[in-house]
Ligand binder design. Structure first.
Ligand SMILES: Nc1ncnc2c1ncn2[C@@H]1O[C@H](COP(=O)(O)OP(=O)(O)OP(=O)(O)O)[C@@H](O)[C@H]1O
Length: 765
């Protein structure tokens, strides 16, 4: 049905602005939408493939009709009719009826799949009478290329493997083959993975392999480059590399670099410290000391100076960061040949996963350690290289033959994970990249349906449509663990998190994903709102002090004043003496502005604080607006989008509390439960697979990220290619169903479809 009643007025969805869809959906959930025919409660449907409509909660025996003539009406305020016993009866008048509704609903669209599916002709060939035969018996099949990889034990081997081509299977099968068929000592095998999770997963899979003893699995030395080489460092110099000297948190590195910046008189407001740290990491991973750096721009010149100061500060306090671990190990091996030789004897075989993301220092370390045997099996896909910004370089993969001239190369291009339609979409997207090793994945099966592009109004509607779709699929037999919702950056997940938190669906987030409402800028803004409700809220007063450029220690004076003068903490702001007349008068203004917010809508209140209390200055100075990846001003825009859903400040604050609590709860819950929908950044989803994948925010500015577009405008194309690889990685996580969301608005502004989609969309956007 296209109509329903809200507050006794008829809503016709063909005549209302799209912006109001989400509030209609919420009103339906609140139970205040009624059928314009029978008067029973109805809900508003927002999904991916079906058009929005009203529906009865209990569908049985419902044959209600819309009033007739609703389509033809064009006037602003019209009378609607319905047919009853052959008569035309006026029922009500439409509200918000517009001549031309803005941003009308746009139907979801299947992507363009031009090449037909050709069934694969290769055969699974591991039926020989050896360990491979046992594997086949256990259901671990290998095709001829995979078999070649698994049985190539001695000498170096590069496996160029497309997404879903069985890299993990090949690495585990090869490890098992080496141990069970060739009797190789598991202690002499080093298995390097990109994440600790991947190493654990491989060991878990190995335990299902025939003839594999648990004891032997435990003896394999596996882990990330950092963990493996850190273990070596700690073994040889435990004092120097003690864990308490590690700058493990990003705020610790931030503090140190900003201190260095102050010594160099850099502007904290404008200088992009996050990018500077990234650049320093890049140089370190590329083994360039501060003296070796050759800056290519004025900005890099400043960062190079900063690099020098940062290193000195670390050295002075005997601290180290993650990048130092690898460099430290390199130095150790170089300066102590006896130690290197011990490890060269100990480790005879190296298996390296995700080789496309290796950086120079990692590469050098592997070369040093494997110098005697050259038994290096490197597996990678240059199209999945997504860490170039921190020094990863797929060139090592492409140049493998230079350093290992005796080595062999095998290409795995059969994709076992995804349907032909998904594989074809991924091939089309990635083929637009210029710098890559030419290859094309071949799917092994054709799917039920091609990937779908859909067009929600904004982040809120996007989240609702996805949750509806998941609900529908679960009723047809899918499990929560079959779904993943992927996004470019964590802040992009706010709305889906909120919608899932308010649903009965189980979901998981990363353990380090902070709640949106705990972000520095958001916390500070919400504290102003909190004070408008309770002028004595101590936490809120504490949280607004940075925004007023007042020291935190002032809180003690405020408490004392509040007792002495018998007034609220908020009121006490007027007694703060800073010595600057303009600041003291601003503190007085905070009181009146905050008080004036009572009874106002949250969006109005936020805008008022922004305008009247110079909140933007605070963001510029302290909110990371010099940063390229995460800006405080973007957080504030996101907050305004979220706040639109609430009529009162209290409702918004309650919601924020609820979401913070849910963030903690879901993290705890997912430690022991695996049957959950995954919410993940694309980076973190690398190596994983799901039956259904939703990629959200496929618009310019989000994917590709703004920073890459900026770089592109300045003549650097590589960041944009890396963003395209990110989309490729996201697409290739899906096995059967893929949905790409292209919201019309983002952060309260019109958004434009991601430029990466033009090659797969049927029509131009
Ligand atoms: N020979 C095979 N026959 C059938 N299925 C296979 C075969 N090889 C791998 N698979 C399956 O294909 C899927 C993808 O394999 P895997 O996860 O090892 O790929 P991958 O190359 O590591 O992928 P990505 O790089 O995209 O993360 C898995 O579900 C795996 O079980």
């Amino acid at each position: 049905m296209k109509t329903a009643k809200l507050n006794n007025q008829i809503i016709n969805i063909e005549k209302i602005n799209r912006e109001t869809y989400q509030s209609l959906y919420e009103n339906g959930k609140k139970g205040i939408l009624y059928c314009s025919d029978c008067g029973e409660k109805v809900r508003f449907y927002i999904g991916i493939e079906k058009e929005p409509h009203f529906y009865h909660i209990n569908m049985q025996n419902k044959t209600c009709l819309d009033p007739i003539d609703i389509k033809g009406e064009k006037s602003e305020d019209v009378t609607l009719y319905k047919e009853q016993n052959g008569f035309r009866i006026p029922v009500s008048r439409t509200i918000t009826a517009l001549k031309e509704p803005e941003a009308p609903f746009k139907k979801a669209q299947a992507v363009k799949v031009t090449n037909p599916f050709t069934p694969p002709i290769h055969i699974q060939t591991n039926a020989q009478a050896n360990y491979l035969h046992d594997l086949a018996q256990a259901g671990i099949l290998l095709d001829s290329y995979q078999t070649q990889t698994v049985t190539h034990v001695e000498g170096s081997l590069l496996v160029l493997a497309g997404a879903g081509s069985g890299k993990t299977r090949v690495l585990t099968a090869r490890t098992a083959y080496m141990i069970c068929e060739h009797g190789i000592d598991p202690k002499s095998i080093m298995l390097v993975t990109f994440t600790a999770k991947a190493a654990a997963e491989m060991k878990k899979r190995l335990s299902a392999y025939p003839k594999m003893e648990q004891r032997k699995i435990q003896q394999i030395v596996s882990g990330t480059f950092h963990s493996l080489f850190y273990r070596i460092l700690v073994f040889h110099s435990p004092e120097k590399w003690a864990a308490n000297k590690l700058l493990s948190k990003s705020w610790q590195r931030d503090q140190l670099i900003k201190q260095a910046g102050r010594e160099l008189n850099l502007d904290e407001k404008e200088f992009a410290y996050d990018l500077a740290l990234q650049q320093i990491g890049f140089w370190k991973n590329s083994m360039l000391s501060p003296e070796m750096v050759r800056p290519e721009s004025a900005w890099e010149e400043q960062v190079a100076l900063l690099y020098n100061h940062y290193e000195q500060a670390k050295e002075k306090d005997e601290l180290f960061d993650f990048d130092d671990m690898l460099l430290g190990c390199y130095e150790l091996f170089k300066n102590e040949p006896a130690i290197l030789s011990r490890y060269q004897n100990r480790f005879q075989y190296f298996l390296i996963d995700e080789f496309q993301d290796i950086n120079k220092v990692q590469y050098e370390l592997i070369k040093m350690m494997s110098a005697q045997t050259e038994n290096v099996c490197a597996v990678g896909d240059d199209d999945q290289s997504i860490y170039a910004f921190r020094g990863s370089n797929p060139q090592y993969l492409l140049d493998f033959k230079i350093d290992f001239p005796q080595g062999d190369i095998v290409t795995l291009s059969n994709n076992y994970r995804s349907s032909h339609e998904i594989v074809s979409t991924a091939n089309t997207v990635i083929s637009q990249n210029k710098k890559r090793h030419l290859k094309k994945m071949e799917a092994q099966f054709t799917g039920e349906k091609p990937p779908v592009l859909f067009y929600p109004y904004d982040e809120e509607e996007e989240a609702t449509a996805i949750v509806t779709d998941i609900h529908e699929k679960i009723t047809t037999g899918f499990e929560p663990m079959d779904f993943a919702i992927l996004f470019r950056t964590n802040t992009g997940s706010r709305a889906v998190f909120e919608r899932l938190a308010n649903s009965s669906l189980p979901f998981r987030i990363e353990q380090d994903a902070e709640s949106f409402y705990d972000r520095f800028i958001i916390k500070s803004m919400l504290s102003f709102l909190q004070l408008s409700l309770n002028e004595d809220d101590q936490n809120a007063i504490k949280n607004i002090l940075p925004a007023l450029f007042v020291k935190q220690t002032v809180i003690q004076d405020l408490k004392a004043e509040s007792i002495l003068k018998d007034c609220s903490l908020l009121e006490c702001l007027k007694y703060i003496k800073t010595g600057f007349a303009f600041q003291e008068s601003k503190l007085k203004k905070v009181i009146s502005v905050t008080r004036s917010l009572a009874g106002k809508s949250p969006v109005f209140a936020i805008e008022m604080i922004e305008k009247e209390l110079g909140f933007q200055d605070f963001i510029k100075k302290r909110g990371g607006d010099g940063n390229k990846m995460e800006k405080g001003s973007d957080d504030l825009k996101d907050l305004k989008v979220a706040a639109k859903n609430f009529a009162t400040i209290e409702e918004l604050l309650n919601h924020a509390d609820h979401m913070r609590a849910m963030n903690k709860e879901m993290k705890e819950w997912s430690k022991n439960n695996s049957n959950a929908i995954t919410l993940s950044t694309i980076h973190r989803a690398k190596g994983l697979e799901y039956k259904v994948v939703y990629i959200i925010g496929a618009v310019d500015g989000s994917l590709p990220h703004d920073y890459a577009l900026d770089a592109y405008r300045n003549g650097d194309f590589s960041s944009l290619e890396e963003e395209r690889r990110l989309l490729y990685v996201a697409i290739t996580r899906s096995m059967d169903f893929l949905y790409i969301s292209v919201p019309g608005n983002r952060r309260g502004r019109q958004a434009y479809p991601s430029r990466f989609l033009s090659s797969i969309a049927k029509q131009t956007f």
